[in-house]
Design a binder for this molecule. Structure first.
Ligand SMILES: Nc1ncnc2c1ncn2[C@@H]1O[C@H](COP(=O)(O)OP(=O)(O)OP(=O)(O)O)[C@@H](O)[C@H]1O
Ligand SMILES: [Mg+2]
Length: 271
């Protein structure tokens, strides 16, 4: 375990995994997908010797009106690294996560994810990149209430243009992996809070994203469910090799991560 707070601390990992939950695509298949295959026109970067970098953000700034929330953030994460971001309410954690997750754009700075200059992506290419490469888990799961657990998980696969058979097989395998084999046909209102959050994680994983962003994923869970969910992130990393960035107020979760960063007033500080 590593708790150094430098955003650039290096680490390499052993990544055991199986491809059961990933259906026909598999991990290797998705890794083999490249920007050109998606028609993405963003500039490809060469990291030289360090091909293990998954996210590299430099000088990220963001203001809302006259309120400067992010003041030149540098952040990087390696492939398969689990990084936590902590800090007081209002420090800018969610704002940064939304930018790193391509849900929002910065006023200044650069962002390269898996070798792609994401800020250069526009419209459909950006949506496609997000759908294929990024998974998001929010504090409140945002499941669609009228759809079953299985359907909620399948939706991003449909958006990615995958067949019903492929999406369904993959969604069932993921839900089974997450202990929800008996809950395929339950609607969100028929699931417990922890189960809903696991469905949201399966949904975030269905397109085998390179990066999983989680914003206070255990914020509304009881302590036992919370602990199970925390362990789950590390199981997922070991199994699927994802880079996982977690914003949390929970020091126990932060301690479990490979690296823990602390944000104060729009900047990372040393602990
Ligand atoms: N869309 C917006 N418009 C205006 N101000 C915003 C907007 N989004 C965030 N802010 C402000 O930016 C600051 C940082 O917000 P952010 O949500 O990033 O904080 P946070 O660190 O995630 O806090 P918390 O731990 O409470 O979730 C806050 O002062 C917030 O009021
Ligand atoms: Mg927040």
């Amino acid at each position: 375990m590593q708790t150094a707070c430098s955003p650039f601390a290096a680490r390499s990992f052993c990544k055991p995994f199986t491809v059961r939950g990933l259906g026909a695509r598999g991990w290797g298949g998705s890794e083999a997908l490249n920007a050109a295959q998606w028609g993405i026109t963003g500039k490809l970067y060469n990291f030289g010797a360090n091909m293990d970098v998954m996210i590299q953000a430099k000088g990220i700034e963001k203001s809302f009106g006259t309120l400067k929330v992010l003041k030149g953030i540098d952040f990087s994460a390696e492939k398969s690294e689990v990084v936590s971001i902590m800090g007081a309410s209002g420090a800018g954690k969610s704002t940064l996560l939304q930018i790193l997750g391509t849900l929002s754009t910065p006023d200044a700075g650069s962002l390269v994810i898996d070798g792609i200059d994401v800020l250069a992506l526009k419209g459909k290419a950006m949506a496609e990149f997000r759908n294929r490469k990024i998974g998001f888990v929010f504090q409140f799961h945002h499941l669609l209430p009228e759809f079953t657990a299985l359907e909620n998980v399948m939706i991003p696969a449909f958006i990615a243009g995958r067949s019903k058979k492929d999406a369904e097989e993959n969604a069932k395998a993921l839900l089974t992996d997450l202990g929800l084999a008996e809950r395929f046909s339950h609607k969100p209102s028929e699931l417990s809070g922890g189960e809903q959050q696991r469905v949201a994680i399966a949904r975030a994983l269905i397109n085998n994203p390179s990066v999983l962003f989680a914003d206070e994923p255990s914020g509304n869970l009881d302590s036992k469910t919370k602990e199970e969910l925390h362990k789950l992130f590390f199981t997922l990393r070991d199994k699927y090799g994802q880079t996982i960035i977690i914003v949390t107020h929970d020091p126990d979760l932060a301690k479990m991560c490979d690296r823990s960063l602390y944000m104060v007033d729009g900047q990372f500080i040393s602990e």
